[in-house]
Ligand binder design. Structure first.
Ligand code: ZN
Length: 322
């Protein structure tokens, strides 16, 4: 991190926006990174595109609870509030409706009016409005495959990249606020083969049964995403886990995620990974900071207002704008 931000809890003037599909995604993807930046004085805003209305109760201890079943949407809003407080981030709902994960053969059509069926102009405008209000220097989202193939995760990618491209152009969505170009766009890295292998080996070394063997087999030799940026954040794993557990209906406290102790995780994989997608400054691998290469906060603000040209664009099907 730059010297200006080494004093913990001092406002840094930097802003990070993390766009997610459902409440709970922010706690399972990049949560320790966010908590670390919050403690370094960075303003962090989580945007949840949908309310998670079509999710199931995934915690066996809470399955069938009538108080939860009566209004799962409200329960999930309350859980999100609790997770937000643990992480110390700001939070906003984009207001779209969960598309649900379609199941069956053939797959049923997505429900009318859901997030994944909204026109991109509508969803992008909503996110452009948030970008121009919060004025992030860095935005994180999912890769073009959604990180995992839920229609809302893929739409989250589509809307984030469309909004990233449009927010700096005053002629796009002129009623959505003054133009602001975020300076970098990242994809959350998640569970790479290397990370799962490290966890798997650690379980075996401890003489424990590894829940990761099957995952590795399923993964096969599938091509891996690129890692451009690695944030060391083991110190914040406890906050990450507390935020995850705050989404009580969505996480099984006895599940695989908690089978490996935090101490071992910190030893074998103390990072969260990211893939740079687009940037107005060159990306020099391996970065250890999502703000790497950016000028001082004041200069970054002027840059974001000046319609800067991208120096780096690794997005599929796009050429660098230079
Ligand atoms: Zn999700």
């Amino acid at each position: 991190m730059s010297p200006a931000r080494e004093d913990p809890f001092m406002p840094s003037g930097l802003r990070l926006m993390c766009v997610h599909a459902h409440p709970d995604d922010e706690s399972s993807k990049g949560a320790a990174t966010m908590a670390k930046y919050v403690d370094a004085g960075v303003e962090v805003l989580v945007v949840s595109c949908t309310g998670g209305e079509r999710g199931d109760i995934l915690n066996p201890r809470l399955k069938g609870d009538p108080a939860i079943l009566r209004d799962l949407a409200q329960v999930r809003r309350d859980e999100m509030r609790a997770a937000q407080e643990v992480l110390g981030v700001a939070h906003t709902w984009l207001g779209f409706v969960d598309s649900g994960l379609p199941e069956g053969d053939p797959l049923p059509p997505l429900p009318e009016g859901c997030f994944a069926r909204e026109p991109i102009e509508v969803t992008a405008q909503a996110l452009v409005r948030e970008i121009r209000r919060f004025r992030p220097h860095v935005v994180t989202t999912y890769d073009e495959q959604g990180g995992y193939p839920h229609p809302d995760h893929i739409m989250c990618h589509d809307v984030s990249t469309a909004a990233f491209d449009a927010a700096g152009d005053p002629e796009r969505f002129p009623t959505a606020g003054p133009a602001w170009q975020p300076l970098k766009l990242y994809y959350n890295g998640g569970f790479s083969r290397a990370r799962i292998e490290a966890y798997h080996q650690a379980m075996l070394d401890e003489g424990l049964e590894s829940p990761y063997a099957e995952w590795l087999t399923r993964m096969g030799e599938r091509p891996q995403r690129r890692v451009t940026t690695r944030i060391e954040c083991a110190q914040w794993f406890e906050r990450r886990d507390a935020a995850l557990l705050a989404h009580a209906t969505q996480i099984d406290p006895d599940g695989w995620f908690f089978s490996l102790s935090r101490e071992i995780q910190a030893r074998v994989w103390p990072w969260e990974d990211y893939e740079a997608a687009a940037s107005v400054v060159p990306v020099v691998e391996i970065e250890d900071d999502l703000f790497a290469g950016l000028p001082s906060p004041a200069e970054a603000d002027s840059l974001a207002r000046s319609r800067p040209v991208l120096a780096y664009d690794a997005r599929v099907g796009r050429e660098a704008a230079v």
